[in-house]
Structure formats: structure tokens, C-alpha cells
Design a protein around this ligand. Sequence first.
Ligand code: SF4
Length: 438
Amino acid sequence: MSNPKVGFISLGCPKALVDSEQILTRLRSEGYLVSPNYQESDLVVVNTCGFIDAAVEESLDSIGEALAENGKVIVTGCLGARQDEILARHPQVLKITGAHATDEVVDAVHEHLPPAHNPFTSLIPPQGIKLTPQHYAYLKISEGCNHRCSFCIIPSMRGDLVSRPVDDVLQEAEKLAEAGVKELLVVSQDTSAYGLDLRYQSRRWRGREVSSRFYDLAAALGELGIWVRMHYVYPYPHVDEVVSLMAEGKVLPYLDIPFQHADSRILKLMKRPAAAENNLQRIKTWREICPDMTIRSTFIVGFPGETEQEFESLLEFLSEAQMDRVGCFAYSPVKGAAANQFADPVPEQLKQERLERFMAHQAQISADRLQKRVGKTEMVLVDEVVEEGAVARSKADAPEIDGQVFIDGATHLRVGDFVEVELEEADEHDLWARCTSA
Ligand code: SF4
């Protein structure tokens, strides 16, 4: 009997990608094969995203395409929380689950496509199936979120914070490092809140007790001797301790910290975590502790009620904060979000104008900061080798979202190599360099 084949479409953020990896790992361990096209698949799983309306549409279209091309479709992921909407458009789907529902998805696959027992195909790698390149991997440390930001519906889809036990996370990280992963990207909805729901319970790892606190987890990951990059951190005072680990070279001097706005009234309306913190002061403190730190953030302009003065205070914040990498969205209402009911929505054209002003303002700051690195020697990690040379990333660049370092002519390098380079040129986003090591 041949092994049943499952097609898989993974949409959405890195947290959803990790869910996909977990489902695929389970399916592969049970002898299912993963097929790259609809025709050869016996069934298709679509892991959806429901973050903004465009993502909802993309998810619904993908379900429709999978139904048209294959016919047997199981839906999982964030959009699964909105069953009625999916069923209204696609009543033929076999099963709908919410996000982070590996057991339910696997049960549904069993029901509609029973596994064929084959002991050889259960020999999967110990680190599980990964959808990222071999040299980096996302490490999801918790699921859900205790905050209730007024523009976001993630807690209604993914529930409250549920942290993974610290030994479980560290064992996974160890397996990944042993399998050749060179960079771990720590993800969650709120990384700085890690362990709160576990009351910071300790577990044994490498013969000692490790607490499930953000700092202790970061310090333990730092022992693995590979790059560890922190995403989705909020500006709480206890983050200072983790910045000290960055200064000591234990984890990468990089913080992905979604501020979303700078004005205190808007932050309160947004119900942002740590809205009462003085973020400029926090950034100043972090830079005192770790002068080489890269800060990446995202912002929303045109939030309901945002005045011209409040928007300008955001631009001033950018000038003061001097962040390296910044993304920005014009506010768009998400079905079910509290902010949809707020007074004084900003007209669409004004939102777009503010978005453009914001991006132009920050582009200059980002370009100036990159320019200051020209002439320095830095360690980079090779992502790709092409005909013209190698494409790498520095400590300041997360994959997919930040810039790249191009090393012309360095075709002798291999993906996953760490190499020392001298930075020679910069534009507003990327760098060009030459190898200084052999
Ligand atoms: S912190 Fe706010 S934006 Fe982030 S997932 Fe939680 S509720 Fe949503």
C-alpha cells in the first residue's frame, strides 16, 4: 500500500508557520508523505491567517483553490475561529479547527485519509519537519496573549497566554542546534511575558533547575553557541536584564519590539502593553547597556481619533528613538476588533498621506544608521549563494523582514557559513561587503 499524501498550504505569521511545522512533523511521523502539488495530494490542509481583512481574503481564496484543484480540504489556523464565514463561502470543507490545534488536525486527517503503517517513514529527523531553510528556525515559546489591544483579534482566535514548559523549549532548541541550525528566532505573541501563566515554574535542563522566565530562557538559549534573536518583546523594565545578555554576546543585540505608536493617549486607546512606560527612556537605557543594539519596530498610523499633533509626536519619537528598522501600516479595521467602534475614524486619504510621511521620515533615519556601519567589520550568516556571490545577513537583520548583506564574488561560501566581512557600501536597506576571513 502506498503512503497517503497530504498537500499543505501555510499562510500567515511565523507563529502559524510553527503550527504548520508541528502538524507536518506529526503527519510525517505517522507515514504520511507531503506532496508539493494539488494533483498528487490525497487531501490538502490549509493553515489560514485572519489578522487583517486582506489576509482573511487570501485564506478564503486559498481554501477555494484547494477545493477546486483537489476537493478534500481541512482548514486550520486563526481564521478557523470564524467557522461561519468559512462555511458560508466553502461549505464543502471537511473540517475546521482553530490555531495551534495539531491534535484536532491530525485526527481529522486520520478520519478522511487513514495512515498507512510504514516503519521507515516514521524515521523523521529528531528536530521535526521544518519549513525554514536548514540554517535557521523559529522557536515558538508560547501561544496566545493576555493583552486586549483594541485593534487586534488574535486573543479571540488564539486564547490567553499558554507558555511551553522551559525544558521542552530548551530541548527543542538543542535538537535544532545539533541538526545544524545556526540561528534561532524566538517567537510568540508576547515574548517578554513568557512563563507568567506557569508562575515561572522551574524545570530541569542540563542537570540544573531553569526557571520559565524570559531572562532565564534567554540565558539558557545563549549557552547553545548559536545566534538567538528575540521577536515580539514589549518594553517592560525586566527587558533590561535581557539587554545585558545582549551586551555580553549571549543573545543577538537585536530587539523586535512593536511600539505601534508614541503618543500616550493613542497608546491608551490602543490598550497597548506597557503603554505607561516611557519608551524613549527605555531605548536610551538599552543603548547605554548595549550600544550596538539594533531595534526593529512596527507602527500604526491613522488610528481612530489620531490628530495631526499626535501624528507629529510620532514623527518626533522616530527622530529621537533613532531605530534601525521600522515597519508601518495605515490603520485598517479588522472585523471583531474593539477599535472599529471608536469615534473619529481618520479618512482613508489622510491615513495614506500619514503613512507616506512616516515612511519618508524613517527612511532617512534607517539610511543614516546603515551608513554609519560602513567601514566596520562584522560577522554575517550566509543565506544563499548565487552566481554573483553570497547573500548574507548581519546580526542586525532578521530573515524575511530586514536587510541583506551582499558579498560580491564570494561563491566559495556555503549556506549557513558564518563569515567576517568589511562593510563597504549601504543604501537605505541593504549593505555590500567583502570577506576579510578566508
Ligand atoms: S499584544 Fe496586542 S497586538 Fe499583540 S497579540 Fe496581544 S492583543 Fe494582539
